[in-house]
Design a protein around this ligand. Structure first.
Ligand code: TTP
Ligand code: MG
Length: 367
């Protein structure tokens, strides 16, 4: 069997980096993204923070009030989460990443596994070059940095990605797995949380290497058969989980900055026609038709607005896409008084082309 080459790509300080992208003046300040609970002005938790804020030990999960205390002396910026905006950027980037992988698995909004075994023919050096290319494309096209881990399976790739951050690249070849894992604390393994970590510590297990040396029967006695066996295998870097698609593509979208801030329909359409062409090309590539068309506008005050329309049955026509986008923007601009800075086009409720054909055939037969 050919060796597998698996990558884990994780975007750096994702929500905060998205905010830095739309407002570059934030880049040299501590930036804290907050989930406000609404109960009182500062109640809620930190979603994430940029690396400057992290130097002051501000991180995901701590109370906003505590983050404010830690950054009291600094010119820090606290922003509420804008999920829709991050989703859009995520979708664009995942589109780039998936084009490099033979198999692609989305893990979260800012994280994905890529199986590139076939693309690099099992060669880890080549995988490293591919990773550099991916990092560059994400940076040039979307302005964001990411960290990549490469290993012979998902477990090693995931741990490798977390070793050097931000903007890191860590390659662990099959023969390096043991040496790579053994000095790391057991907490690095998925499934070893605080409680399990404490339990292991009491058993004299601090590092992954300690765990690897521990008698597997004893692990099974303490943690049960499944977990005990998993911990043993994980400690020596064994993981057969395949990289696999979870769910299907739910939408295709493209977003782009206008030449100038505007609320002029012609100028907007000049850009969105181009975006429609790109969205359409992607749909053709994926063999998908769409039932819904949406538009997105990022206004000069950085607010994000969207509108959409859903048809009775799916279509795959570029003209329908362009016409709907035009109608939606016409109505949207007449209702809003702001200027648009960025505009986007999105299609969703996607249907496989064969399904659409079946739908039409049924319609003709029964109609
Ligand atoms: P992560 O990838 O865990 O963190 P990150 O991208 O902010 O930072 P890193 O450079 O270490 O990868 O999570 C991705 C996003 O998920 C993060 O930007 C915000 C969100 N998130 C939360 O809202 N709450 C949390 O507790 C965590 C861990 C993440
Ligand atoms: Mg991340």
């Amino acid at each position: 069997m050919q060796v597998r080459v698996v990558m884990l790509v994780d975007l750096d300080y994702f929500f905060a980096q998205c905010e830095e992208r739309r407002n570059p003046s934030l880049k040299d300040k501590p930036v804290v993204i907050c989930v406000y609970s609404g109960r009182s002005e500062d109640s809620g938790a930190v979603s994430t923070a940029n690396y400057i804020a992290r130097k002051f030990s501000v991180k995901s999960g701590i109370p906003i009030s505590l983050a404010k205390k830690k950054l009291k002396e600094e010119d820090a910026v606290f922003l509420p989460v804008d999920h829709e905006f991050y989703e859009e950027i995520s979708e664009e980037i995942m589109g780039i990443l998936s084009s490099y992988a033979h198999r692609f698995e989305l893990v979260g909004i800012d994280e994905a596994y890529l199986d590139v075994s076939e693309k690099v023919k099992g060669d880890f050096e080549e995988a490293g070059e591919l990773a550099q290319k991916i990092k560059k494309e994400v940076k040039v096209k979307q302005g964001l940095t990411c960290s990549i881990g490469i290993g012979p399976n998902k477990l090693v790739a995931k741990i490798a990605a977390g070793i050097r951050k931000p903007d890191g690249l860590t390659i662990v070849k099959p023969e390096q797995v043991e040496g790579f894992l053994s000095p790391l604390p057991v907490r690095r393994l998925i499934g070893v949380g605080r409680k399990t970590g404490k339990k292991m510590q009491a058993m004299g297990i601090e590092t992954i290497g300690d765990l690897a040396k521990y008698d597997i029967q004893k692990l099974i006695e303490v943690f049960g058969k499944n977990l005990g066996t998993y911990f043993h295998n994980a400690s020596i870097g064994i993981d057969d989980e395949p990289v696999q698609e979870k769910g299907e593509v739910k939408s295709v979208s493209r977003l782009s900055t206008l030449k100038e801030d505007t609320r002029d329909l012609e100028l907007v359409l000049e850009k969105t026609d181009q975006l429609c062409d790109e969205v359409y090309a992607k749909l053709v590539e994926l063999g998908l038709s769409f039932k819904s068309v949406g538009i997105v506008a990022v206004m000069t005050d950085m607010s994000v607005r969207s509108r959409s329309k859903t048809f009775g049955s799916p279509t795959n026509e570029l003209e329908v896409l362009k016409k709907t986008v035009k109608e939606l923007f016409e109505r949207f601009l007449s209702e809003s008084e702001f200027q648009a800075r960025r505009v986007g086009v999105r299609v969703s409720h996607l249907v496989k082309e064969q399904e659409r054909q079946k739908h039409i055939t049924n319609f003709i037969q029964h109609g």
